[in-house]
Design a protein around this ligand. Structure first.
Ligand SMILES: [Ca+2]
Ligand SMILES: [Ca+2]
Length: 210
């Protein structure tokens, strides 16, 4: 009987260890990229973020290199990753709530209509706020404007079908680009998390925190 209890507790330990083995998301500070001239880096307290100075150059794509930010990201391992974004929509709500992200890794053409870029629009009432710290960011969520919030961009159709990002062995370092669309949207950071895992607001906020 004692052996049985012992082996049961071993099994429990094993499951707890597995639960803790979740791969942490890769955090990409929005202000860490090579930004085109339309982007401003701002700071509020400990938070640094980016925001576009002008409204649309195009309603289908960034519309110019001045609207693009380029990141180099090294992933810990191969896999399919979801893209998350931590954003804050301005007081004009539906006029302050969109950006573009590249449809897959690599350097895209900033003026290439919509086949190289995904529109991520309609964020004004989406997202998971910091107050929802235990909530899993498994979809777009529902939170208002003028507060920081996380969105699983890869699980949200913001005007165009969303995409996930495939990382292969031997090619762990990748180029990723985003583009400005509406002004009034602040972007603090992005995260790439394995599509097979889910992450709470708390985990997304604490991973890579500095
Ligand atoms: Ca605006
Ligand atoms: Ca930031």
């Amino acid at each position: 009987m004692k052996m049985k209890i012992l082996s049961m507790s071993c099994v429990l330990c094993f499951f707890v260890a597995c639960a803790n083995a979740q791969t942490l998301p890769v955090i990409v500070e929005a202000e860490s990229g090579k930004a085109g001239s339309d982007w401003l880096v701002k700071a509020e307290g400990a938070i640094k973020f980016v925001t576009t100075q002008t409204d649309y150059a195009s309603r289908e794509c960034p519309g110019g290199d001045h609207k693009v930010i380029t990141y180099k990201i090294t992933f810990p391992k191969a896999g399919t990753y979801d893209l998350y974004a931590r954003v804050r929509v301005g007081s004009e709500g539906g006029n302050d709530d969109s950006f573009y992200y590249a449809k897959g890794f690599g350097t895209k053409t900033s003026t290439a209509d919509d086949d190289e870029w995904v529109m991520c629009n309609g964020l004004f009432d989406k997202g998971y706020a910091d107050t929802q710290s235990g909530s899993k960011v498994d979809d777009a969520g529902s939170t208002g404007v003028q507060e920081w919030k996380w969105i699983n961009v890869s699980k949200f159709n913001g005007g165009e079908p969303s995409v996930s990002f495939k990382v292969k062995d031997g090619a762990l370092t990748q180029t990723f680009q985003v583009g400005g669309r509406e002004n009034g949207l602040d972007i603090d950071k992005f995260a790439f998390g394995l599509a097979s895992d889910s992450y709470s607001v708390q985990v997304l906020n604490s991973a890579g925190a500095k």
